[in-house]
Design a protein. Sequence first.
Length: 142
Amino acid sequence: MRKILLFCFFLSVLQGVQAQKQQASGTDPLALPASYDFGTIRQGRPVSSEITFTNTGKEPLKIENIAASCGCTTPKWSSNPVNPGASSYITVGYNAAAEGAFEKSVTVFYNGNKSKTFFIKGNVSQALPPAPANSSVQLLKQ
């Protein structure tokens, strides 16, 4: 049992080191911007944007899952593999409930054991106040 635990530990350390080397050496096949800025958006009005990425590797790139840091961020992607040298996109939606600056993380899981995180950010402006009551409506109802 102890040998199995040591082997599993060694394997996980080795995978972590390989992932770090891959990212450091620039051989990560997923070329994705580090962040996307939505700019100023209105409170309560959903927005979305297509984040383009490129497969810079030598093997097809398959996105398996994308996880957002909160429920206000919704990613959508194609399940089709992206061939080497080709580009595709991830659609990221954001629904701003609170006023002010925001920054949310989006993690892309691909090709079995790889992942990469990018961020969406922006500023949420206050929703427009409701229109004033129209007192003339009461006259029309009479």
